[in-house]
Design a protein around this ligand. Sequence first.
Ligand code: GRF
Length: 198
Amino acid sequence: MKRVALLISGGGSNMETLARDMAGDHAARPVLVVSNVRDAGGLAKARALGIETAVVEHKPFKKDRAAFEAALGDVLQRARPDIICLAGFMRILTADFVANWEGKILNIHPSLLPKYKGLNTHARALEAGDTEAGCSVHLVTAALDEGPVLGQSRVPVHIDDSPETLAARVLEQEHILYPLVLRRFAAGDVTQVRLPAP
Ligand code: GRF
């Protein structure tokens, strides 16, 4: 049974969807939810699901990213995760941190990578006049939003979309894509998931 730690910064809807999916017939189980934000809504969701939680705030460490990651790493080591899922986790992890967990960290990014790495992905897609958008699950490597893509889901962009309406449509797909990719990844299958299914 693979042990999964989930990192959040906010509402944790992706974390909750992943945890609920692991409650069934699944090769993995959630063992810890860590937030870098003390009052993140996702912490209450995790507790309601009976998952152990921890908070490692980045603020007290100010610019000392290495010290924050050392504290985060200690908390993670104790949970002995086989897989780490970044789920709405809004901190950039350094190459050193990623190297400690090489090949074990997944992330969901709200764009069709390699397009729109970084932030404000929906506004940028609308600005560019894209007719489709979506989300990607990828392995985390040292470079931001660069790792091998394990799955993508596409949605149409509507003419009257705002970043908010597009984000809501993409988030629905995140909740379908991420559990599908984690199921396969936990079973050692890294063949790409492409949604909607052709
Ligand atoms: C979502 O917009 C998702 O695209 C990004 O983080 C945001 C919040 O996700 N990964 P969640 O509800 O906290 O899972």
